[in-house]
Ligand binder design. Structure first.
Ligand code: BGP
Length: 460
């Protein structure tokens, strides 16, 4: 099938995040982040952030591979604790800044557009130890200070900025915010939604600052979009799907683009008896600072049903069940292969938000892989990419303003919860969970497929 709707200047790219690829977890002044600490708790030996695929020392080789692939954009994150080791520091770490200057300069000289995420799950531990992290309002000031520093350093070089990666995931997995998972349900979510609120305020301030300074450039959140489908055509299952999608995904976009917390969201918190502490000026802060594009991380659809025993006064997460569609193919980790869901989700975004520019900032297929005579024949990933790209092309034909596609991931990397051997990369890295080896890079079959696709702007 030819791609009929992809514009000529479309940004074909790929994605990673700092703690998942860089390694060098304590080198050149970097502090520890909550992502480091979480990985140490989960792991025995090297299954953690210490080395991963050592991009910190292989970045030149990695950028050369990006060039060979023909990438027009590269979406990566700056490690917050590499710039402010404790988060609370008055001055940034110059060596950390220098690392990203050389990376960004190299990308630009290869005509690869940098798309930079400021905070991808790796809040500095210093902030969490000193005042509890995002649950405390002081984190707003520390995030704004960090953002200002990044704009000062890289604002002339980077046109596309993503503030926070998958805020909704941080809230539903609150140990990623440093919140104690053993707390009683209500207390845990009380803290998580207070943190969510502070993240909204922090981003609003950063959107405002950036758009005043760089009115022609782009800033927005990277949203986890679980296109949510009902398990049946019964109205209560359809309502369950709508409620989850609104609460989890659309509330994040509504706040970023409209500068207002939607009523359905506040009602749901009230149901769960969660009370958010606010200041009188907050409404204006949210209203004054909005995003002008969104990043969307899209992997698969989520299917839900309403529980048989449910009360409208229960918290949403206790009113619904997740189910699996046995007709769909799934990864070993339960993520389905449902490409039409992408087009459905994109069209929903257009109906809600008009022609706001959208970047697909993640989209990918995970599997375990082993080298066969220096090759990785990842045909399943190729079909995944092919079918999702076809659906994306149709979405653009539908009128959705998609400007870039960045599959997860450019290179094999440390999964958030499942180690090194849950692989997503177009580039294979020779290491296992427990053996570091030399982290030698190999191009997978999907690399060659994507390279041809970018060159031809079509799927063969
Ligand atoms: C997204 C994150 C990524 C990434 C991906 C796959 O939620 O933004 O960081 O890792 O999901 O998830 P996992 O690593 O759990 O397979």
């Amino acid at each position: 099938m030819r791609l009929n709707n992809i514009p000529k200047d479309f940004l074909w790219g790929a994605s990673t995040s700092a703690f998942q690829v860089e390694g060098a977890y304590q080198e050149d002044g970097k502090g520890l982040s909550i992502a480091d600490i979480r990985s140490f708790k989960k792991s025995t030996q090297q299954l953690d952030t210490k080395v991963t695929v050592d991009h910190y020392h292989h970045w030149q080789e990695d950028v050369a591979l990006m060039k060979e692939l023909g990438m027009k954009s590269y979406r990566f994150s700056i490690s917050w604790p590499r710039i402010f080791p404790n988060g609370t520091d008055a001055q940034p770490n110059e060596t950390g800044l220098a690392f990203y200057h050389q990376l960004i300069d190299q990308l630009l000289s290869e005509k690869i557009e940098p798309i930079v995420t400021m905070y991808h799950f790796d809040q500095p531990m210093g902030m969490i130890e000193e005042y509890g992290g995002w649950i405390d309002r002081r984190s707003i000031t520390d995030f704004v200070k960090y953002a200002e520093c990044l704009f000062e350093e890289f604002g002339q070089k980077v046109k596309y900025w993503l503030t926070i990666n998958e805020q909704a995931v941080l809230v539903v997995a609150p140990d990623m915010l440093g919140i104690d998972l053993t707390l009683p349900f209500s207390e845990k979510y009380q803290q998580a939604y207070q943190a969510n609120y502070h993240m909204w305020l922090a981003q609003a301030k950063v959107y405002k600052l950036f758009r005043e300074r760089y009115p022609h450039n782009y800033i927005g959140p990277a949203i986890s979009h679980l296109t949510t489908l009902p398990a049946s055509k019964k109205s209560y299952d359809m309502m369950a799907a709508k409620e989850l999608e609104d609460f989890y995904t659309f509330s994040q976009i509504d706040v970023a683009l409209n500068g207002e917390i939607p009523i359905y969201f506040s009602n749901e918190l009230a149901n769960a008896q969660i009370t958010i502490q606010t200041y009188p000026e907050d409404g204006e802060i949210l209203k004054e600072g909005t995003a002008n594009f969104i990043g969307v991380n899209w992997y698969c659809t989520t299917i839900v049903e309403a529980k048989k025993e449910r009360h409208s006064s229960d918290f949403l997460f206790t009113r619904i069940n997740r189910t699996l569609d046995p007709d769909l193919l799934h990864t070993n980790w339960g993520w389905n292969f449902d490409p039409v869901g992408l087009r459905y989700g994109m069209r929903e975004l257009m109906h809600r938000y008009g022609d706001i520019p959208i970047m697909i900032t993640e989209c990918g297929w995970s599997q375990e892989e082993q080298l066969e005579s220096g090759k990785i024949h990842d045909s399943q990933r190729i079909s995944y990419l092919k079918e999702h790209i076809e659906q994306m092309d149709l979405s653009i034909g539908d009128g959705v303003n998609i400007i870039s596609f960045n599959p997860w991931s450019f290179i094999d990397l440390l999964s958030v919860g499942d180690g090194m051997e849950k692989r997503y990369g177009l580039v294979f890295v020779d290491r296992t969970n427990f053996e570091k080896r030399q982290q030698k890079r190999y191009k997978k079959d999907s690399f060659e497929f994507y390279k041809e696709l970018i060159k031809a702007n079509s799927v063969n």
